[in-house]
Every structure is written in C-alpha cells, then in structure tokens.
Design a protein around this ligand. Structure first.
Ligand code: AMP
Ligand code: MG
Length: 330
C-alpha cells in the first residue's frame, strides 16, 4: 500500500470514511484513526500497528455533545470531567453503546472517549462525521509519534494516509479516568494532572499498578521503548559516554563526553520533547539514553510514568510504592 500525505483535513476524512486508516495530529501525540463503528476498518488499526487485540482503543469525537454517539449512562462525575477538560487531553472511560463493535473496545462493555483540542484535529473529526477510534500512530511498543515524520517512519506502506500537522505540543498521552466506578479512578496519568482533575472530582482515586493492569489492558504491554537502553539518573549521577545521550532539565556534571545532550527548559518542555528525543537518539545509534528524573507531581507524574516504561519497567510507578510484584512481564 502506498501511504499518501495531505495537509487537507477534508481529504484525510474522505480516506477514513472509505474504511481506511489515517494518521492525524492531536495535541497529545499523533493518532491512527479509523471509523470506530466499522469493525473491518478498526481491525486495520490493530494490523498496521501490530497491536495486541486485548488493548482497547480510545474513541475521538469533535465535541462533548457527540460523546453519546458511542456512550450511554454517563455518571455526573463523567460529565463534570468532560465539561472541565474537553476539548483537551482527558479520556473518560464510560459505558459503551451496543453499536460500538467489540474490536474497538477489545471486548469490554466500556469505551474510552476523548475530544482533542488541536485545531487541525477538530477540523478532521468534524469532517469525518463519525466517531474515530485512534490509538497512538506508532508500531506497538515504540515511542509514540509526536511528528508526522515519526508516523511515516513507523507506518509507511501500512496505512492509507497521514494528515500532516504541527509537532504535538503536549507530547504525552491523555489522562485516562474510569468513570464507570465510584469513586472514579485514574487508570493512566497524563497531560491533565491528577491534582487538576481532583479540583473537579475531589474523590478521584489513583489505580494501584495491579488494579491498573487489570482494568486498563494497555498498561500491561511494553510501551514507549526505543532501541537504546534507557536509564534514569540525576544530573550528578549520569554516566557520560560517546554512545550515550542525556535528556533532562539540568546539565550533567560528571566529566566525560556525551554523544548528545538535550536540555529542556521546564517540565512541559521535557514532556513535549521526550518521544522525539528517544527517536532521534535511536536514529543516531546511541547505546544508552539517560533521562533525568523529575518530581512526580502534576505533569511530572505522567512524564515519569512514560520515562519508567521506556526504561522497561512494567509499571510507571516508582519502585517503593507497591509496583514490585505487579509482574515484570511486559
Ligand atoms: P493508546 O491510545 O495506545 O495510547 O492507549 C489507550 C489507553 O487507554 C490504553 O492504556 C488502554 O488500555 C486505555 N483504554 C482505552 N479504552 C479503555 C477502556 N474501555 N477501559 C480501560 N482502559 C481503556
Ligand atoms: Mg499508544
């Protein structure tokens, strides 16, 4: 298959409506979209990505009013979260409608729904006029794509088209909240911080890693991993090397040369550059990538979750919080 490219959301939407997979930009990462109500189209997403069939997809719609095209019986907490953070990087897990095919939700009777805010994503979803199932547009296990070039690198020849847009400004995935339980539970930390979400739903709980792996199938699988080995070390502890790259906020202090150093100016900048840096360091054939840890609160919690998973940990949680024993099987 020849993968076509366009910067016209209408054209990309025509490919999707014809039953094909199309990658498109969002503020979090690029997604690989298909008509969420067409089982054959959704199956193409799993095939293109080599995605395990037990990993449910997030369904994207253009506005809060369209959530009920795939969902029913939303709780008041679900509506409150959607109204507060949509459009934006929040995914609400809600009860699915019967016409959402099993392949979209990996057989679950719930569905994750999100409304992206990036203007080109909004134009695309409006033009599609159907709910769009879309996981990240990478080969399964690889760092998520934050540029159209990263999508092309992973999926060229495997999908119908790429809608070209800007680099994803947030750079890490949405916060996934299960609102079908009381109190609602954060299944995946993301770009909406737990602290912000608790201002709307104060009783919001955090899933521990065992519960998370049971209820959010995607978190069981190996994720975000570059080819190089990823280490987590502070600026003072990071060991330099000509085949090593460093990514963090503070300049590494030990003497010796580095293959690459990428310094972010703050935590949002670090998050925005993480996946692109992991991919760039692979392209430069670095053996090791050292990531500086940050305080795991606010956006830092989601950032550290992704860094720990990139480093091969089965859970994004820090080691002393009960994650050990959750099973290192990725
Ligand atoms: P991705 O789109 O590949 O970044 O991953 C989507 C994430 O949302 C995965 O961790 C999924 O397990 C999670 N997810 C999507 N739908 C559901 C659902 N119905 N219930 C629980 N988790 C979900
Ligand atoms: Mg993904």
């Amino acid at each position: 298959m020849i993968t076509q490219r366009t910067d016209d959301p209408e054209k990309a939407a025509r490919w999707l409506r014809a039953g094909d997979c199309v990658a498109f930009p969002t503020e979090t990462v690029y997604g690989l979209g298909a008509n969420a109500l067409n089982a054959d189209a959704v199956a193409k997403i799993f095939e293109a990505k080599d995605r395990p069939a037990d990993n449910p997809l997030i369904v994207h719609v253009a506005s809060v009013e369209q959530v009920e095209r795939v969902a029913q019986n939303l709780s008041s907490a679900a509506w409150a979260l959607l109204r507060a953070f949509s459009p934006g990087p929040l995914t609400c897990v809600v009860h699915k409608r019967d016409d959402v095919p099993n392949v979209t939700t990996a057989g679950l009777d719930t569905v994750g729904v999100r409304i992206p805010s990036l203007p080109v994503a909004q134009s695309f979803l409006t033009a599609c006029a159907v709910p769009v199932a879309a996981p990240s547009a990478n080969r399964s296990g690889r760092p998520s794509p934050t540029t159209w070039e990263a999508v092309r690198y992973d999926l060229d020849g495997r999908i119908r088209g790429i809608l070209i847009g800007p680099q994803s400004p947030t750079g890490i995935e949405s916060t996934v909240v299960d609102t079908t339980v009381d109190p609602p539970v954060v299944l995946r930390p993301g770009a909406v911080s737990v602290e912000e979400a608790r201002r709307v739903v104060p009783e919001l709980a955090m899933a521990d890693s065992v519960e998370q792996q049971k209820r959010s199938p995607g978190t069981r699988h190996r994720h975000y991993a570059p080819d190089a080995t990823v280490e987590i070390a502070s600026a003072d502890e990071a060991t330099p090397g000509v085949d090593a790259a460093y990514l963090g906020l503070n300049r590494p202090t030990r003497s010796g040369s580095w293959g690459h150093i990428v310094l972010a100016s703050n935590i949002p900048d670090y998050a925005a550059r993480l996946y692109a840096a992991l991919r760039k360091f692979d392209a430069e054939e670095m053996d090791r990538i050292v990531c500086e840890p940050v305080e795991p609160t606010g956006l830092g919690r989601a950032l550290m979750d992704r860094v720990r998973r990139a480093a091969g940990h089965a859970s994004g949680e820090t080691p002393n919080d009960g994650a050990a024993g959750a099973g290192e099987a990725l």
